[in-house]
Design a protein around this ligand. Structure first.
Ligand code: AMP
Length: 209
């Protein structure tokens, strides 16, 4: 199965993807993660990517599409994958359609105020990638899996969040229209389990088609 996950930053895309990975044995391809790795490199490309990411702006298509094509050519993608963070624009969807056919698109919906609340409190582990938030009892700034001090992504700060959500709002409707009846919409207002349940049922149906 070749899946696309659509959803604003902070809508729970990554968490949903992890659940799908577990049950359907598909690799999760997060362009945000891949580009963050490139941004750490000491190169012109790394510098360019970092400058866009820091401000919450989209990295140009020439770079992002090359990065994606390269990732899709790896062996673990032969039986399908979950695209998390690509496409983000209609143009990206059209580029993707030139190299592959997507089976289904899961679109996560969540109120923008709730998204901002989730993003400003989000913290990440630099070592194992675990994601936590500052809002729960017992939060102590350390990763609950490996005890490494957590950090806040530069683009989870208020100005960058605003920019990222603006980009998302502008692009989501054309994307949904482009994919038409391949789109399955789910709300992530409840718990991660509640979000995943209908998606799992939908994907099981798709797999058995
Ligand atoms: P994410 O981790 O998905 O929130 O992505 C973080 C940042 O990576 C975005 O704000 C962009 O700067 C960059 N990025 C990720 N995916 C894409 C994409 N499909 N097109 C352009 N830039 C992207």
């Amino acid at each position: 199965m070749k899946l696309v996950l659509l959803g604003a930053a902070g809508s729970g895309k990554g968490t949903l993807a992890k659940n799908i990975v577990k049950d359907f044995n598909l690799p999760q391809l997060s362009t945000g993660d891949i580009l963050r790795e490139i941004a750490k490199e000491n190169s012109k490309l790394g510098e360019t990517v970092a400058s866009y990411q820091k401000e919450g702006k989209l990295v140009p298509d020439e770079i992002t599409f090359e990065v994606l094509k390269n990732r899709l050519s790896k062996n673990d993608c032969l039986n399908g994958y979950i695209l998390d963070g690509y496409p983000r624009t209609l143009n990206q969807a059209k580029l993707l359609a030139k190299i592959t056919d997507i089976d289904a698109v899961i679109s996560i919906e969540l109120d923008l105020d709730e998204i901002v609340k989730r993003l400003v409190s989000r913290r990440n582990c630099p070592k194992c990638g675990e994601i936590d938030n500052t809002n729960h009892e017992g939060y102590n700034g350390l990763c609950r899996k490996c005890q490494t001090p957590l950090f806040q992504r530069d683009d989870d700060k208020p100005d960058a969040i605003k920019a990222r959500l603006e980009v998302y709002k502008q692009n989501i409707t054309p994307l949904i229209n482009f994919y038409g009846d391949k789109v399955f919409v789910v709300s992530s207002a409840g718990s991660p389990e509640e979000t995943y349940k209908p998606v799992k049922t939908f994907l099981e149906g798709l797999k058995n088609e």
